[in-house]
Design a protein around this ligand. Sequence first.
Ligand code: MLC
Ligand code: AMP
Length: 508
Amino acid sequence: MTNPLYDALFAPHEGKTTAFVHLQDGSTLSHAAFLDIADRTAHALVALGVKPGDRVAVHAEKSPQTLALYVACIKAGVVFLPLNTAYTPKELDYFVGDSGAVLFVCDPAQADAMAPIAATAGAMLHTLGADGAGSLSDLVACQPGTGFAAVSRSADDLAAFLYTSGTTGRSKGAMLTQENLLSNAQALVDVWRFTADDVLLHALPIFHSHGLFVATNVMALAGGAMIFLPKFDLETVLARLPQATTMMGVPTFYTRLLDDPRFDRDLVGHMRLFISGSAPLLAETHRAFEARTGHRILERYGMTETSMNTSNPYDGERRAGTVGFALPGVEVRVCDPETRAELQVGEIGMLHVRGPNVFKGYWQMPEKTREELQDDGWFITGDLARIDADGYVTIVGRGKDLIISGGYNIYPKEIEVFLDAQPGVKESAVVGVPHPDFGESVVAVLVPEAGATLDLAAIETAARAELAGFKRPRRVEIMADLPRNTMGKVQKNDLRARFASVFQPKID
Ligand code: MLC
Ligand code: AMP
């Protein structure tokens, strides 16, 4: 009986009394204690009737118990589906229903709001709070501890679903297999030189690829420990950095640290490695970081469908503004976006990736899958890139209409559909423009219907009810018409240029 992901990441640490998770309150869970919770949780899943291949949708705060639920799902052969804690009930309704989840785990405080969602989807509802308490935990507490036999899985069996929005229409459930996750963890431990001596400062959310697979799977495989913080809080991060050897973050983490004079060479001289990803790290941030700390941030590039694809080298030159080389086992190429013919060194085109990291497809969307994942295994990322003569990949832009704010993806189409449905709105356009803290932020342009006066406060209230907070426009502009080309297509570049400096600090 084998379960490749569990066998490689967790089985070697069963019974180990060294630390795995250091919590914010100063307490620590050993590998053995953590895996004991995971085993009990796996027993609880079975007691609830959850079967191998079933989906478990999880909308719960970051905690060791939530992480143990992830490990329990792997061990029980169940597909783990984490959901952004900022999602509103309206957003969650789709994910729980579309995935066909049999169990929906939510925060105890939201149980009443979530009950209709679970009922409509025909899923059981259980709760798990930030403090680890809830109806699921009550069930976990009465289960036997160690001794849950890992359910046999093949490399091609699904381990997780992560939903990613699309440039048009519905969000897509990216199906990730055991091999996808395992091969990526192995490549990253290798290229980033993680060992059991490492302590990772973990301030990322665990409902996305970065905080869950990159950070957690890497630390599990390496057998090291994590300082597991509920979120990125500057004071806590500054206080805990002295106990860490490595940190992973989105660029906003690093710009926030640089904004604080206490973040200096003395504080982080002992650190082995800082890694950045999920959004472009400005070359100027890379340089400012080195000037302040002596460390060159290691930037890597990935996405939900593929986990990580490229990384700057550990030993060689970490080149500012680039995302480095293809990971071992991963191929990258740049192609003409229309003909898909491979382009020459240095030419800009659509980035394609292929390898054991590339997902199996979108859940119940064979046509979408065919559009983006070719029969020969190449996945069309939607990112525009060039590869230079030394093999460094630079992401130069996006072929997809996507805004990345503080590491979270926002698809303008989704916000436009919401705005277009508001009273008095004839049409809308949403663009991302530079933002000093989030990298990019959302500007919405509204065109009122003839004679209508828009009630912006009412639109804001509706947005709070329907959209996760990070998606809400941070600036709303009213225009009589949207700029269009001769084909009638909205000229978003015009809008981006027009509003390029609305979030920039004014220079006197
Ligand atoms: C929070 N808010 C944001 C935001 N995060 N607004 C825009 N963009 C964001 N990223 C809003 C909230 O809605 C709220 O608004 C207000 O800010 C305060 O909320 P908060 O939770 O206290 O915010 P803060 O702690 O400042 O969070 C910012 C952040 C966080 C950067 C620390 O967003 C974060 O941890 N981002 C990491 C995202 C990540 O892990 N991405 C990986 C994706 S995987 P209001 O109006 O209610 O006050 C991937 C693949 C890969 O991309 O390559 O890794
Ligand atoms: P997601 O769909 O949330 O997984 O986001 C993936 C997208 O984030 C990629 O397609 C890129 O557009 C972007 N991304 C991730 N890492 C980087 C990076 N280092 N530089 C530029 N863009 C990045």
